[in-house]
Design a protein around this ligand. Sequence first.
Ligand code: F6R
Length: 266
Amino acid sequence: MEIHIVEDADAGATVVADVFTRTVQEAGDPGAVLGLATGSSPIPAYAELIRRHREEGLSFAGSRAFLLDEYVGLTAGHEQSYHRFIRENFIEQVDIDDAAVVSPDGAAIDPIAEAASYDRRIAEAGGVDLQILGIGSNGHIAFNEPGSSLNSRTRVVGLSRSTIQDNSRYFDSAADVPVRALSQGLGTILEARRIVLTATSAGKAAAIAQLVEGAISSRWPATVLQLHPDVVVVVDEAAGAQLQLAEDYRYARRLEIENPLDVTQG
Ligand code: F6R
């Protein structure tokens, strides 16, 4: 894992946007397959990508995207649906074709069949080149709550009490938060070729410490990312505050900047 401890959300957004930019530019034709997260964590990175699109000509033309999850029972047009969230916060402001942005259908009559077909649709697109993730205060990624199988696939999941509490800020009350979601599984997420996870604030500090330095366990689902070969973790000081080896990660990043790898040298 490559751990970046940065000053604030804006500095984090730059690091995350750099990973996106590299992936989009490397993909060439027919474009990258992006795995998109919703929630508050990726918003500064999306804002930075929108800025690069407007001011620096970064193009997402030809890219396709798959969302991580969707609430069961919400239609695409519902004001709290993730389908709508990603359009308002990212897609409508860059040049990705709206039809190329796919999310699980929360209003599907048969959510179990909807979940079962989702991994197949990702595979048919050639798999995800870059997955961006947030993390729940309980260590979930997507809606893989504690206790999730480390090899789980996209499926219908029940939301934990802490997630319903955390997400109630977007609804009138906790009672209005849907109790289920369609969520990519941990095994699905691990198939992405590159992953960048971003978190800010003290509320994420315990989950980040477990993700980076804890034992791999479904108690903290994000720990499964330790098995992935290409993960970048970007946290602010508060979210990184419980990392025991924080100074080592800072040292490693400094050394990299001071000694860039020259692949052209024989
Ligand atoms: C969102 C998602 C969730 C969030 C997590 C953190 O698509 O899958 O796992 O990333 O709940 O949410 P925020 O960023 O709002 O703190």
